[in-house]
Design a protein around this ligand. Structure first.
Ligand code: GLU
Length: 548
């Protein structure tokens, strides 16, 4: 068969460069010895998940601790799954977690010498290499329809054979020249398949940087390399891109392990040296005593948006992921409590070989701990940025009153003080905790435990003597006065000695005032709350809180 003629007929493009030109255009990178080039290669589906962040963190740490490069490549070969804005969303989501790219799609960088970084824009490179494989007899056109392939699969299933397009099942592998040209003349659509040279009886040992030594069986599947629209499959694009973008270490999910034999063969026929690989284990969760993979459908916490929308403190999520990424991170953290995670010596060897257990409770613990360490300015900045993006209009109005919010935070969370609250996990929760300080979001239920006449009397008496200039003890003395005037015991000891003799104690009076001013039976120090609300708002609330 005239293979050159075949290659020209199947891939008639006139603007393909000689293959050596690509080697010159994308020369090996000039980096220090030991520097690793890693990449994140998501499909732009708009769904960026914890697994992506998990891999990206490993990529980023390894590149940046070795003086290497971490770049972003967009694998957009599947037009149907493409979502508008997905690339920006990947970059934004990762940036939120302090994972930044040095180079790649939509990254403004002088290092962008290995692009384009969108696979659709690289069609010519793939076609040039596919054409070369055809001309060397290592790839061929396949005219099988979906129905043909289904029929093959059914037959293989019935015979309990390995499914796929290989060996004697690969019908188009041995088409004659005449058959090929008559199919082409008839305008039949075709894909380009690899003519696999592998022997499934042969095995070799492959050293995965995470999983260790694994036994790999040679590939014998004639996989599709170019689809009927001329766009490559993941496999083909992976080999070409990771070679020409000069990736030294591919970190990707373990779901790709089964394709490794295909990739080994592709690198071989293309004549490229292979990069190192590390296949990460899947994130698992415990359910009813069993471990199972986190699933997009069942587990909202798989989506990175979940953490942003709920206002997780990004450093807490990163710290948590570091604990599951590297088994020695926690110990290092205990020894270096104030050090930043970037000072930790991250190594791929310490990554887990199998199912990493994702434990939301533990993440929440870390989150509470991290938030309890923030300075007032850090807490305010963190909550403000969350409000900016995810808060309601009311939240944004509130946070525009910076000083007022800061004094509330100091009180409600003990930020900057000794009585620091340690139970705050997320911005969404913290922001709701201060709602009652603002009239537009103050929605009290007024659940008093005393008769309306008693409640109203207490409110009026206190309003008459309230003075914002009072310090805590003067304030409390007035609460006691009001208590005594309405038949409540001013001293707890007196009340305890004779509970029948009183309507209640001074604590009950304080509760009435607290419900009136905050809408809640429990709150931080009421005198301070009144101070923050100010005289007018406090009096208005006391007046509005009458019942009956
Ligand atoms: N586009 C592939 C994915 O999103 C990338 C796999 C890889 O990192 O090679 O799963």
């Amino acid at each position: 068969m005239d293979l050159i003629r075949l290659a020209n007929s199947l891939i008639p493009d006139e603007d393909l460069l000689p293959l050596e030109r690509y080697e010159e255009m994308y020369p090996p990178r000039q980096l220090p010895k030991g520097a690793q080039v890693t990449r994140l290669a998501p499909s732009p589906t708009g769904f960026i998940h914890l697994g992506n962040l998990y891999s990206a963190l490993a990529d980023e740490r390894i590149a940046h601790t070795t003086g290497g490069i971490f770049y972003l490549r967009i694998e957009d070969t599947d037009e149907k799954r493409k979502v508008e804005g997905a690339v920006e969303s990947v970059i934004r989501s990762l940036k939120y977690f302090n994972v930044n790219f040095d180079e790649g799609a939509e990254i403004q960088s002088p290092l962008n010498n290995y692009g384009p970084y969108y696979q659709r824009q690289r069609a010519k490179i793939y076609r040039a290499f596919a054409k070369d494989l055809i001309s060397r007899g290592l790839a061929y056109p396949c005219f099988c329809t979906e129905d043909d392939l289904n029929a093959v699969r059914e037959e293989q299933t019935a015979q309990k054979l390995t499914p796929g397009y290989y060996g004697a099942w690969a019908r188009c592998r041995n088409l004659s020249e005449e058959e090929i040209y008559s199919n082409l003349a008839a305008g039949k659509p075709f894909v380009i398949r690899l003519r696999s040279q592998g022997d499934p009886q042969k095995k070799c040992v492959f050293r995965d940087r995470i999983k260790g030594e694994i036994t790999v069986t040679e590939n014998d599947q004639d996989i599709v390399i170019l689809k009927s629209d001329g766009i490559p499959t993941y496999h083909f694009a992976h080999a070409i891109d990771d070679h020409f973008m000069r990736t030294t270490l591919v970190i990707r999910g373990e779901e790709w392990l089964s394709s490794l034999p295909v990739h080994i063969e592709l690198f071989k026929v293309l004549g490229f040296p292979m990069p190192a690989y590390g296949h990460t284990c899947s994130l698992m969760k415990m359910e009813g005593g069993n471990k199972r993979k986190l699933s997009k459908r069942k587990d909202p916490e798989l989506s990175l948006d979940y953490y942003r929308r709920d206002g997780y403190y990004p450093a807490a999520v990163v710290k948590y992921l570091m604990t599951i990424l590297n088994s020695n991170f926690e110990e290092w953290e205990r020894k270096n409590p104030s050090a930043d995670y970037t000072q930790f010596k991250f190594t791929i060897e310490k990554m887990g070989k199998s199912g990493a257990l994702f434990d939301l409770d533990k993440l929440n613990d870390i989150s509470r701990d991290e938030l309890s360490k923030l300075s007032p300015a850090e807490m305010f900045a963190f909550l403000s940025s969350w409000v900016e993006e995810f808060g309601s209009d009311a939240d944004r109005r509130h946070f525009a009153q910076g000083e007022y919010v800061q004094s509330i935070l100091a009180l409600v969370m003990g930020v900057g003080g000794k009585k620091r609250r340690k139970d705050i996990e997320r911005a969404s929760q913290a922001v709701r905790m201060i709602d009652y300080f603002f009239d537009d979001t103050f929605s009290p239920a007024y659940e008093y435990r005393f008769a309306p006449s008693v409640v109203n009397g207490v409110l009026d008496s206190f309003a008459a003597v309230y003075d914002p200039a009072d310090d805590n003890s003067a304030w409390f003395a007035k609460v006691k006065e009001v208590a005594a005037a309405h038949g409540f015991a001013a001293e707890m000891s007196a009340y305890k000695a004779n509970p029948e003799g009183y309507a209640g104690s001074v604590a009950d009076v304080a509760e009435i005032l607290r419900i009136a001013v905050t809408g809640m039976a429990n709150s931080p120090d009421l005198c301070t709350i009144m101070g923050i609300l100010g005289r007018e708002r406090t009096l208005a609330r006391l007046a509005a809180a009458h019942v009956g």
